[in-house]
Design a protein around this ligand. Structure first.
Ligand SMILES: [Zn+2]
Length: 378
C-alpha cells in the first residue's frame, strides 16, 4: 500500500487539510470554529502542514466584527504535487496532469490506430515516462495516476471491455511500481459523474450519461459514487429496451439501449439512409438543425430511445438531475429539452435533463479530482 510521503495523516490533519482545500483561503480562527477544534490544536496542525509544504499562508483577511488583528489566511499549496489522468479510448490515449487545486497543467493526446492488448501497458509506460519527466519539482511529485477505461471496472481491475480487449490487464501494479505512486483504474462514465458532481456541488444525487460508441452512466447517490457490488451499476447501455427482435449486442443480450441510442448507431443509421458515407457527428447535427428529414428522423429516434432509458433510470435512482455527455447534446441546443418533454412518468417529474458543459476533457478532470481527493484523504 502506498501512503503519502509524509506518512499517514492523522484524522484531524486530514479534516483541516480538506477544509482548507475545499473552502480556503481560511484563517486559523475560521478553521477552529468550523471544525470544532481548539485554536492551539489547529495551530499545531497548520504548522505541520506548512512544514510539509501542503498549505501556504496567503495575505491578510478581514478582521472580525469585534475588530482586532487581521488574520493570516491559509490555502492549499496547489504546487505541492500533481495528479495524472489517462483516458484510454478505442483509438487514442489522452493524458492530463493537474495541480492539486484541479487546474490543468499539461495535456497531450496520443492517437492510436488500435489499442492492442499485448502492447498497451508497455506503450503507456513509455509515453508517461517521457510526459512526466518534464514536470517541475514538487514536494509530493506525482500523487497518483488514474486510468479511465471504457468498460466495466471493479476494485481497480478491468472486468469487461466491449470495444477493446483489456480485461484483467494489471495497470495498477505494473505502473505503480514504475512510477512509485498509487495507480487507480476506473470506468469512464463514473469519472464523468464525478466531474459533473464536482462542478455542480448543489446536486447530491445525479446520473451522468455518457453517449459515444456505447451508452454508459455514472451514478452519484448521497454525494458518493455508487458502483454496485460488481461495478455494473449505471451500465444502462445494456438495459433491455426492445423485447421483440431486438438487435444483438456484444454483451450477449438483444435489444440493449446502446444498440439504438448510441452516437455511433445514430450516425451509422444516418450514413446508411442519407448516403453520406463519410458523415461525422457534426455533419449529422448540422443537417438536423437545417431540418433535413433524414437527420431529423434518426435524431428523433435516438431521443425516443434515450427518453425510455432515462425514464427507467429515474425510477431506479431518483436523481435530481441527469447530465448528458455527448457530442450531439453539445451541438444540438434543444437536445436535452426534447428528452425532458418525453418524460411523462411521475418518477421523472421535476427532474432536470442537462447537457454536461465539461466537454471531451470531462473524463480527465473527473479522474484528476478522484486522485487529488484520495491524496488529501490519505
Ligand atoms: Zn448489451
Amino acid at each position: 500500500m502506498f501512503t503519502s510521503r509524509a506518512g499517514i495523516r492523522e484524522s484531524n490533519e486530514r479534516i483541516v487539510l480538506n477544509k482548507i482545500a475545499q473552502k480556503g483561503p481560511l484563517s486559523r480562527a475560521e478553521l477552529a470554529e468550523t471544525i470544532g477544534l481548539n485554536k492551539a490544536t489547529i495551530s499545531d496542525i497548520v504548522k505541520k502542514l506548512m512544514t510539509q509544504k501542503l498549505i501556504n499562508e496567503v495575505g491578510i483577511g478581514e478582521s472580525t466584527n469585534q475588530g482586532g488583528r487581521k488574520p493570516i489566511m491559509l490555502e492549499l499549496n496547489a504546487k505541492a504535487g500533481f495528479s495524472v489522468s489517462v483516458d484510454i479510448g478505442y483509438n487514442y490515449i489522452d493524458v492530463m496532469v493537474q495541480r492539486l487545486d484541479g487546474t490543468a497543467y499539461k495535456r497531450e493526446l496520443f492517437p492510436f490506430k488500435t489499442i492492442k492488448r499485448d502492447t498497451i501497458i508497455q506503450e503507456l509506460s513509455e509515453k508517461l515516462d517521457v510526459f512526466l519527466s518534464s514536470l517541475p519539482k514538487a514536494p509530493f511529485g506525482v500523487v497518483g495516476i488514474l486510468i479511465a477505461i471504457h468498460g466495466i471496472v471493479l476494485d481497480n481491475q478491468i472486468q469487461f471491455t466491449p470495444a477493446y480487449d483489456l480485461a484483467f490487464l494489471d495497470f495498477k501494479n505494473t505502473l505503480g511500481e514504475q512510477f512509485a505512486c498509487p495507480v487507480y483504474v476506473e470506468n469512464e462514465a463514473n469519472l464523468l459523474a464525478v466531474s459533473d458532481h464536482t462542478k455542480e456541488k448543489n446536486y447530491t444525487n445525479l446520473v451522468s450519461i455518457s453517449i459515444h460508441s456505447g451508452v454508459g452512466s455514472g451514478v452519484i447517490l448521497d454525494n458518493q459514487l455508487y458502483t454496485g457490488i460488481n461495478g455494473y451499476a449505471g451500465e444502462i447501455g445494456h438495459m433491455t429496451i426492445v423485447t421483440e427482435n431486438g438487435r444483438s449486442c456484444p454483451c450477449g443480450a438483444n435489444g440493449c439501449l446502446e444498440c439504438y441510442a448510441s452516437e455511433k448507431n445514430t450516425l451509422d443509421t444516418y450514413k446508411e439512409l442519407s448516403g453520406h458515407e463519410n458523415a461525422l457527428v457534426v455533419d449529422l447535427c448540422r443537417a438536423f438543425l437545417e431540418k433535413d428529414a433524414t437527420a431529423v428522423r434518426v435524431v428523433q429516434n435516438m431521443i425516443h430511445y434515450l427518453a425510455i432509458g432515462i425514464q427507467n433510470v429515474t425510477a431506479l435512482y431518483n436523481p435530481e438531475v441527469v447530465f448528458i455527455n455527448s457530442e450531439i447534446s453539445r451541438l444540438i441546443p434543444d437536445f436535452t429539452n426534447q428528452i425532458e418533454a418525453k418524460l411523462t412518468s411521475f418518477t421523472s417529474k421535476n427532474i432536470k435533463i442537462k447537457a454536461s458543459h465539461l466537454g471531451e476533457e470531462a473524463i480527465l478532470y473527473g479522474a484528476g479530482y478522484l486522485v487529488i481527493k484520495r491524496f488529501l484523504d490519505s
